[in-house]
Design a protein around this ligand. Structure first.
Ligand code: SF4
Length: 350
């Protein structure tokens, strides 16, 4: 694909995707397997053209609050799996209120409230609803909740207290790989929870992990599987080996395949929100991900925050410049800028 295309051909290819043309599995295969920098550049170019058609140069920004690192699960890839002997924290409501007072002064479109499947909240969902209520009262902006798998009553309670978006990542739609990654967790139960949220009027996010797949076909299954819940946002993240987990010793390459997959996601899901996370490679990584076709900056943390990221990655490097001001300044150098709040709220209502 793209070998003999010049810019005019690439523009016309982007127009076809915008008009509804679909990638075949063979197209995806050829993009996944290419190592050619020239073809990868062309792929990123097409992805940016499509993104710019739907979103212009506007970027959405989500603030990130990891409020409990306790978890009852044992996902094989995760630093916070229950058996890992690490220091954990659970923020008090007062801590959360104080963080919100800072977030309120920052130019973000949504607050992402993330936790492990902490029994303290899962056994008493009204505690979780209280957290959502506090954030709504203090910040007054849309709220994304990432609580893991929760039942319909909990979803309803969270929604009634101000939650708008549910992030719940399948990580893979390859059943065999799912069993290895999300150890002892129901594949269907996860999908059902996301579907219930969608039916209830939440916007939803699904995501896949890369650099863990046994082969390219597994990646394609996940790329296609991400359509399952008709999510509003689709994410790919690179697996990074975490100390104290079963996958600690697994060798990985770099984030190159994540960048390629971001562009493929843009071609497969042209109008969806696609994040450029600061979590893996900080602000330089954000630039690469936006250049690959992403349109949302996630994992923004307040400059005075000492909270955890999703992955335990080279913290000194990755947590530098993860505040809103640094992000906006860097966006400007790319000819991009934050969208208006009203543009984001319009998307939530669609
Ligand atoms: S990925 Fe989430 S559910 Fe799984 S162990 Fe980590 S925090 Fe828990």
């Amino acid at each position: 694909m793209f070998e003999n295309m010049d810019n005019k051909d690439l523009d016309s290819y982007a127009d076809q995707i915008i008009a509804g043309s679909q990638l075949s599995d063979d197209d995806i295969r050829s993009l996944l397997e290419t190592e050619s920098p020239e073809i990868i550049d062309k792929l990123h170019y097409v992805a940016r053209r499509i993104r710019d058609h739907f979103f212009g140069n506007k970027v959405f920004m989500y603030s990130f609050v990891y409020f409990s690192t306790y978890c009852k699960n044992k996902c094989a890839f995760c630093y916070y799996r229950n058996s890992n002997d690490i220091e954990r924290y659970r923020l008090s409501n007062e801590d959360i209120r104080q963080i919100c007072k800072v977030i309120k002064t920052e130019d973000v479109h949504m607050v992402d409230l993330t936790m492990g499947e902490d029994p303290y909240f899962h056994d008493k969902p009204e505690r979780l609803a209280e957290v959502v209520k506090i954030v709504k009262e203090e910040v007054g902006k849309p709220i994304m909740v990432s609580p893991g798998v929760v039942d319909e009553n909990t979803l309803k309670m969270l929604k009634d207290n101000g939650a708008n978006f549910l992030a719940l990542y399948q990580e893979t739609y390859d059943m065999e790989l799912y069993k290895q990654l999300r150890v002892d967790q129901s594949f269907e139960g996860r999908i059902n929870s996301r579907n219930h949220a969608k039916q209830m009027g939440y916007s939803v996010e699904d995501g896949m992990l890369t650099e863990v797949e046994p082969d390219m076909e597994s990646t394609i299954i996940s790329l296609r599987g991400l359509a399952t819940s008709n999510p509003d946002m689709v994410r790919v993240m690179t697996f990074l080996p975490q100390q104290g987990t079963p996958l600690e010793g697994k060798e990985i390459r770099d984030c190159a395949s994540e960048l390629k997959i971001i562009s493929i996601l843009r071609l497969l899901y042209p109008e969806k929100l696609i994040p450029a996370s600061l979590d893996l490679e900080g602000i330089d990584g954000m630039v690469h991900r936006l250049n690959a076709g992403a349109n949302v900056v996630t994992s923004i943390i307040s400059s005075n925050s000492s909270l955890e990221g999703v992955v335990n990655y080279d913290r000194e490097h990755a947590e530098r410049d993860r505040d809103v001001k640094s992000v906006v300044a860097r966006l400007k150098t790319m000819g991009m800028e934050p969208a208006e709040q009203s543009e984001f709220e319009k998307l939530l209502g669609r």
